[in-house]
Design a protein around this ligand. Structure first.
Ligand code: NAP
Length: 269
């Protein structure tokens, strides 16, 4: 299938590991120009080198990839990153809203500072990005915004109170924006991953082992028992869904929350 995104510019947030990195790689393989960010310089440089290699194999020039060490909650740094992207790669046609997840925890363990940080990381930063990037897409008459959320939008997840509360609001943002920009040719969607094999899930496993005194095999067996497909997802699988939603043929899909969880959520059709 021709995804129709060769030569278009994508901004991929939180792209040094996990889902963001997998999305950046697949976009580069499609011939898109990629601006990527994350906080840590070392992981970002390693990821950017891989993305540049894939971009070159897809026939893109050496300047098709821009990587900057930026925290998505730092408004001034994000503005500089977006402005540099516009100048060197062109105004973003595709945007991946992504960041680390809020820390695990239960209601009585989480103080006001933890709530405030989760709000800033997983909701306010997304709103600010949309406000800055969507108008340019609308002016150019084409755009694709995809947000990575979590199955916690569909069903609260044990021990992940912050995610289970903040992420439904983050999807509501996407739903509202989708209505506002629909007539301008811009689609806006969320994806809701279940358990996937990324470094974020490795951290959850480590915490469960410490909390419960169980083994890694116990944790994985407990999760996979609840997943009809009987395994964790791969970041590449989720990235393929994201890149499809960013493509030309996905132009009639907007305002949606698309779940990729191996069948874990039982509550909704
Ligand atoms: N993996 C899963 O099973 C799963 C399931 C549901 C939802 N999710 C959610 O999906 C999102 C991505 O998760 P992942 O599994 O890909 O995680 P990951 O493997 O830990 O990767 C997270 C990426 O985000 C970057 N990042 C974190 N905080 C950032 C910030 N403030 N500004 C810029 N970049 C930041 C990290 O780099 P730096 O740390 O260097 O900044 C890294 O590149 C998270 O919100 C996670 O909660 C994951």
């Amino acid at each position: 299938m021709d995804l129709g995104i060769k030569g278009k510019t994508a901004m991929v947030c939180a792209a040094s590991r996990g889902f963001g990195r997998a999305v950046a790689l697949q976009l580069a393989a499609e011939g898109s120009r990629v601006a990527m960010c994350a906080r840590g310089q070392a992981d970002l440089e390693e990821a950017a080198a891989e993305v540049r290699h894939v971009a070159a194999s897809a026939g893109s020039g050496p300047d098709a990839v821009l990587a900057r060490s930026v925290d998505v909650t730092d408004a001034a740094a994000m503005e500089a990153f977006i402005a540099e992207t516009e100048q060197s790669l062109g105004g973003p046609d595709m945007l991946l809203i992504n960041a680390g997840g809020p820390p695990a925890g239960r209601i009585f363990e989480l103080d006001d500072a933890a709530w405030d940080a989760a709000y800033r990381l997983n909701l306010a930063a997304a709103a600010s990005l949309c406000r800055r990037v969507a108008p340019g897409m609308a002016e150019r008459g084409w755009g694709r915004i995809v947000q990575i959320t979590s199955v916690s939008v569909r069903q609260p997840v044990e021990n992940l109170v912050l995610s289970s509360v903040i992420r439904p609001a983050a999807h509501a943002l996407i739903r509202c924006l989708a209505e506002e920009v629909a007539t301008a040719g811009v689609t806006v969607n969320s994806v809701a991953p279940g358990f996937h094999t990324t470094s974020a899930v490795e951290r959850l496993i480590t915490r469960k082992i410490a909390d419960e005194g169980c083994t890694r095999a116990d944790v994985l067996a407990g999760w996979t028992r609840e997943i009809p497909l009987g395994r964790l997802g791969k970041p590449d699988e989720l990235a393929a869904l994201v890149v499809f939603l960013m493509s030309e043929p996905a132009g009639y899909i907007t305002g949606q929350l698309i779940t990729a969880d191996g069948g874990w959520v039982r509550g909704t059709f």
